[in-house]
Design a protein around this ligand. Structure first.
Ligand SMILES: C[S@@+](CC[C@H](N)C(=O)[O-])C[C@H]1O[C@@H](n2cnc3c(N)ncnc32)[C@H](O)[C@@H]1O
Length: 214
């Protein structure tokens, strides 16, 4: 049985959101391998896993037109809102996947295709019995290492101290990544982070570089 890293949540959608979800540019996570070079006309690719509301994702893509962003979430409202923002701003450097980023990585992203990965505030799953649902585990660390180019940068952030420790343990025990705790990356405040800070929680940033080992 597949263990899901996300909770099913779906609010009521507006007509506009429902139309946005029919956009032919929206990608499914399952299917044949993507030709990312063609899709993004050779621009270096950042994968964002779990963009949530997507509020910052469109801003970042707009601010960095020379980079490309492959972004995935299962959260239907966030996916719809991001598609609306992309169309409104006419962005051509962002591709949205509606579904599980792990399936996307397994089925559609070729080896050594990614220049950067962002997992900002993956669901913390704080209860011990739910830890198995956490996104960062040995298998997913290995999967990401395979899909990243040597030199690729992986940024992570969390407001859960126990998860931060687990992330460090599992990534730093693997042979592919070098790095550790980092200064807060020059990233926009995400929706989730804003709420975590308001609640008085402390955020940990981690940063790793993909080593040139197979
Ligand atoms: C805690 S929220 C953080 C969202 C956003 N990064 C932020 O900081 O506001 C985590 C997000 O990750 C998404 N997520 C969890 N597992 C995922 C997976 N395997 N593939 C895609 N998205 C996933 C959830 O749907 C949720 O929107």
């Amino acid at each position: 049985m597949t263990i899901r890293t996300y909770k099913g949540r779906r609010g009521r959608l507006t007509d506009r959101q429902l139309v946005a979800l029919q956009d032919p540019a929206l990608l499914r996570p399952e299917g044949s391998q993507l030709d990312l070079g063609e899709l993004f006309t050779g621009r270096p690719i950042t994968l964002e896993i779990g963009f949530g509301s997507g509020r910052r994702t469109a801003d970042i893509a707009q601010a960095e037109p020379d980079r490309a962003f492959l972004v995935a979430d299962v959260f239907t409202t966030g996916v719809a809102d991001l598609m609306i923002a992309i169309r409104e701003r006419n962005l051509n450097n962002i591709a949205v996947v509606h579904g599980d980023a792990l399936v996307l990585l397994q089925e559609r992203v070729p080896t050594a295709a990614l220049h950067a990965v962002r997992t900002w505030f993956p669901d913390p799953w704080p209860k011990a019995r739910h830890h198995k649902r956490r996104l960062i585990n040995a298998a997913n660390v290995a999967l990401l290492a395979d899909r990243c180019l040597p030199g690729a940068v992986w940024e992570l952030a969390t407001d859960d101290a126990d998860y931060a420790q687990q992330m460090r343990q599992v990534i730093e025990q693997s042979p592919w990544w070098s790095g550790g705790r980092a200064e807060r990356a020059a990233r926009a405040l995400t929706h989730y982070e804003e709420r975590a800070l308001q609640a008085g929680r402390t955020v940990t940033d981690l940063r790793y570089r993909r080593l040139a080992v197979t």
